[in-house]
Write a protein that binds this ligand. Structure first.
Ligand SMILES: Cc1cc2nc3c(=O)[nH]c(=O)nc-3n(C[C@H](O)[C@H](O)[C@H](O)COP(=O)(O)O)c2cc1C
Length: 352
């Protein structure tokens, strides 16, 4: 029998990457990409004061403009992070800016925060919510993360991030401030502990009623940079960290013709560094902040490995591009098998 999901993914991989992306968003938004089955209760995870049907989320950057949130959640993600959204609309870098490194199971992107801007973003989200519900509402069966960024020009982070939190706080189950995209000049300087402290204070002062707040970090900081950032995040009242965004590094193992393109590298070649950063932050963290691990996750074994290393949740992006919605069924089956092999009856017991 013809598997529609697999055939569509096969076809999409033959198109120019951005056209394929546009088509994928469109079909998911219109419910044409299928639905996942209800999750096994052993995968349920309670973190950040809410319940996740499974620990595998979609990382930011896939649905930048919140056009397919409901469809994505119904594919079987445990949570969906939409954005990065910027205050004003901007078109991002000139094309081509998205490259598949198929031989390396990787992607290089220099999208540069192409965004419809916060006004349109909120218009896209609003119909998903019942008008008189307030607070940490969920548009589908899975929590919704909203990832915030700043414009390339005329940005004032201490004003812009709090303003964006204000615009999105009634929609988001959690909010991520993205300080780690390599494609917006100066953005990653905001990760420096003193600047991060000021940002968190500005957000906290303006929005004490905000949903949980996470900070997304780059993998390219020196190992010793993570301890002061973690401490500042804790002192500043953040609830979690996302480790990590894409890397500017180019491992010598890369084989694809696109390996020298400028931009952030994601997928399999990022896995080792993302895992190392999780390891070092997790040790220092001692479970004070929620940790979400992102970078090169491709198998159920990878998921369990990150959870056992101290991640509360994980996110995928590149593997979803290569495999399509079938990725979720496979990851969850493999995760359950790995848990059974390791004698782990439920993820809830793992986190105790
Ligand atoms: C095409 C593309 C666009 C991305 N855009 C964003 C973004 O807008 N905001 C963000 O925080 N991360 C963005 N990311 C990073 C992903 O969210 C994720 O952290 C990273 O790709 C590592 O996960 P992976 O190896 O599973 O892809 C993007 C990644 C890719 C491949």
């Amino acid at each position: 029998m013809l598997d529609i999901g697999k055939t569509a993914t096969w076809l999409l991989r033959r198109l120019d990457p951005e056209t394929a992306h546009e088509l994928a968003i469109h079909s998911i938004a219109h419910g044409l990409a299928g639905r996942g089955r209800p999750d096994h209760s052993a995968l349920r995870t309670d973190v950040l004061g809410m319940s996740f049907p499974n620990p595998i989320g979609l990382a930011a950057g896939f649905d930048k403009n919140a056009r397919a949130v409901r469809g994505l959640a119904s594919l079987g993600f445990g949570f969906v992070e939409t954005g990065t959204v910027t205050p004003r609309p901007q078109s991002g870098n000139p094309r081509p800016r998205l490259f598949r490194l198929t031989e390396d199971r990787a992607i290089i992107n220099r999208m540069g925060f192409n965004s419809c801007g916060i006004d349109r973003f909120c218009q896209n989200l609003a119909p998903l919510f019942h008008p008189d519900r307030k607070g940490h509402v969920q548009p589908a069966s899975a929590p919704l993360g909203i990832n915030l960024g700043i414009n390339k020009t005329d940005a004032d982070p201490l004003v812009d991030y709090p303003a964006l939190v204000g615009r999105t706080k009634s929609y988001a189950s959690y909010i991520t401030i993205n300080l780690s995209s390599p494609n917006t000049p100066g953005l990653r300087d905001l990760q420096a502990a003193d600047m991060l402290g000021r940002l968190l204070e500005a957000i906290q002062t303006a929005h004490p009623d905000r949903p949980p707040l996470l900070v997304k970090l780059a993998p390219d900081l020196g190992d010793r940079a993570y301890a002061p950032i973690l401490q500042t995040a804790i002192d500043g009242g953040a609830d979690g960290l996302i480790l990590t965004n894409t890397t500017l590094a180019r491992p010598t193992s890369l084989r694809s013709p696109h390996k020298a393109e400028t931009g952030g590298l994601s997928g399999a070649p990022l896995a080792e560094r993302a895992r190392d950063v999780l390891g070092l932050v997790s040790q220092l963290n001692a479970r004070r902040l929620c940790l979400i691990s992102s970078g090169g996750i491709e198998t159920g074994r990878d998921v369990l490995d990150r959870l056992r290393m101290g991640a509360d949740l994980v996110q995928v992006y590149t593997a979803f591009i290569y495999e399509g919605p079938g990725l979720l069924t496979r990851l969850k089956q493999e995760l359950l098998q790995e848990m059974s092999r390791a004698g782990i009856r439920s993820l809830a017991t793992l986190r105790r």
